[in-house]
Write a protein that binds this ligand. Structure first.
Ligand SMILES: Nc1nc2c(ncn2[C@@H]2O[C@H](COP(=O)(O)OP(=O)(O)OP(=O)(O)O)[C@@H](O)[C@H]2O)c(=O)[nH]1
Length: 548
């Protein structure tokens, strides 16, 4: 039964028992008011019988005294008794308690009357005939016999009344004792009930307080979980908008700081090339910010999340300067390949909140891992669609897009822009002499040399075959001519070996065209550079020509 229902039942029983206890005085009163009159009645009747016997004794002694002495003084108690006896007899008969007593009183009355008649005769005879005639003795002897009988009858009634009185007294005493026992029992029972009720009520209050605490805790937990959920949704949304891995830190750092404010942590990115994990984003005061080797982390070795919070736990090598705190490392793995690692440090010992944080960190690691994998995939796809696979230079499609964009920017900023177009000289002959593979190797070497000779902001593209274009934003014609000359010299100085044979010096011819000299059209610019290149070919190759 629930504590609340139990407390209610006990309270009801306690009220009922209290009402019963309150009724006890009335019960006692009724027992007393019944018993006391019976006791008084028996006592009164006993007194009446005793009085009758006393009066009969007075009659007897008066009768004898007068018979022996003839003195009137003996007749005084006799006379008083004779006067009292009739009313006493009536009183006794009137108050007779049952048929048996009525019979006894009738016998006593008859015998009393006979005794009084005998006494009257005897007294009259003494008065009339003097002392001690034979009839007087005989009458006195009869009177004595009557008196003995009366003593017996009345004595019996006195005994009966005494017994009745004892019974009434006993009933009263027993009743009182019962009431006392009942009162004591009821009092004890009530105290027990009230104690139980108090205990239950206390437990009820305690249970309620406990339930309220639990509810408060559950609400706080739900709020934390909600905050975590919405924070993690925001992070996911932000991660989804990332285009390159370089942008990741700008998203991860503020989002993870907001989501895990009481911990410090680092998200590492695995670099396959040199088998190290480089910090991609870190948050919190104690975050690690240097690269770690993959074998320095137990989580990466085991391929699952690894906790370290007691000294007996295996401690990752990259955390060894800090062995007494709680650490959690979660590997970020997608499709069986390690992508990185999320490592967090917490000050407090693991508790209910920590469990929630652990759950969140695990979920976040999964989300970040998925997002990073998407970014990588996106980067790879994008590169595949804009990068020429042989030379690793941008392809013609990218050139068209970027030339249009860069030209628009130049117009907006009123800045110059130049295009260098070049073509490897006698490439067909090279292919024919050394083979197509050797031609590919030469194209790669030319591309690498060109990239090394230009600024990072310049866009180097393979325009088609052995033809290449360099777009130079913020570069006027004079500077572009110088840059083309640098590239020409760089290609000229490349030494290439293929198949154990040294390939003769490679050269290229260059045409340069610049904006704003050739309008706003990218195609016009490229056509002008091409025309200049054609001039360079005609002028003996391996030279740079400016568009007319
Ligand atoms: N190995 C290799 N050859 C290519 C590639 N693309 C184009 N070629 C070849 O490059 C040669 C270009 O020859 P041409 O256009 O006659 O020009 P050229 O021989 O360099 O002569 P000039 O430009 O006048 O000096 C052709 O034989 C193409 O087959 C490539 O990706 N690899």
């Amino acid at each position: 039964m629930p504590a609340e229902a139990r407390a209610r039942s006990i309270a009801i029983i306690a009220v009922v028992v209290s009402i019963l206890v309150a009724a006890i005085p009335f019960f006692i009163n009724s027992r007393v008011s019944e018993g006391v009159p019976q006791l008084k009645l028996a006592a009164d009747r006993q007194t009446a019988y005793t009085d009758l016997l006393g009066m009969l004794r007075d009659v007897e002694s008066g009768q004898r005294g007068f018979a022996l002495s003839g003195l009137d003084v003996f007749l005084e108690p006799y006379t008083a008794a004779v006067l009292e006896i009739p009313s006493l007899k009536r009183e006794l008969m009137k108050g007779a308690l049952d048929a048996q007593e009525r019979d006894a009183i009738r016998q006593i009355t008859e015998l009393t009357d006979a005794k009084l008649a005998n006494a009257a005769d005897s007294i009259a005879a003494r008065k009339n005939f003097g002392a001690a005639p034979d009839s007087l003795y005989a009458s006195t002897a009869l009177g004595k016999a009557q008196m003995d009988k009366l003593r017996g009858l009345i004595g019996k009634q006195i005994t009966l009344m005494a017994e009745r009185r004892d019974r009434a007294r006993k009933t009263l005493i027993d009743g009182s004792a019962q009431v006392a026992y009942f009162s004591a029992f009821a009092g004890l029972f009530n105290a027990l009930l009230l104690g139980t009720a108090a205990f239950n009520v206390r437990r009820l209050f305690r249970d309620r307080a406990h339930a309220a605490d639990q509810l408060k805790e559950a609400i706080a937990l739900a709020e934390t979980r909600n905050a975590m959920m919405s924070g993690s949704a925001r992070l996911l949304q932000a991660l989804d908008s990332i285009r390159t891995l370089d942008d990741t830190s700008a998203v991860l750092t503020p989002c993870l700081t907001a989501l895990l404010p009481n911990v410090s942590g680092t998200v590492y990115l695995y670099r396959d090339a040199n088998d190290v994990l480089e910090p991609l984003a870190s948050w919190g005061a104690d975050a690690a910010r240097s690269a770690i080797a993959s074998e320095d982390c137990w989580a990466l070795r085991f391929g699952r999340a690894h906790d370290h919070h007691v000294e007996t736990d295996l401690c990752c090598h990259h955390l060894q300067g800090d062995p007494h705190r709680h650490h959690l490392c979660i590997p970020m793995v997608t499709q069986g390949a390690v992508l990185g690692l999320m490592s967090v440090k917490v000050d407090q010992l693991p508790d209910r909140n920590f469990a929630l944080h652990r759950e969140l960190v695990t979920v976040l690691a999964e989300q970040v891992s998925l997002a990073l994998s998407n970014v990588r995939l996106r980067e790879a796809l994008r590169e595949q669609s804009i990068i020429d696979p042989l030379t690793d230079l941008y392809n013609r499609r990218f050139l068209e897009e970027s030339l249009k964009r860069e030209l628009a920017r130049s117009v907006r900023n009123r800045a110059p822009l130049s295009v260098i177009m070049f073509d490897v000289d006698h490439f067909k002959r090279l292919n024919d002499t050394f083979g197509h593979d050797a031609g590919d190797v030469v194209l790669k070497a030319v591309a690498a040399a060109t990239k090394a000779a230009v600024r990072k902001a310049d866009i180097v593209c393979r325009y088609g075959g052995e033809e290449m274009i360099v777009v130079l934003p913020d570069c006027a014609q004079g500077m572009a001519m110088e840059r083309a000359e640098m590239i020409r010299r760089a290609i000229e100085s490349v030494r290439i070996e293929h198949g154990g044979r040294e390939i003769p010096q490679v050269t290229a011819s260059f045409g340069v065209a610049s904006h704003p000299n050739f309008g706003l059209d990218g195609d016009a610019l490229v056509r002008a550079a091409d025309a200049a290149l054609y001039v360079a070919k005609r002028r003996g190759r391996n030279n740079v020509q400016m568009a007319a």
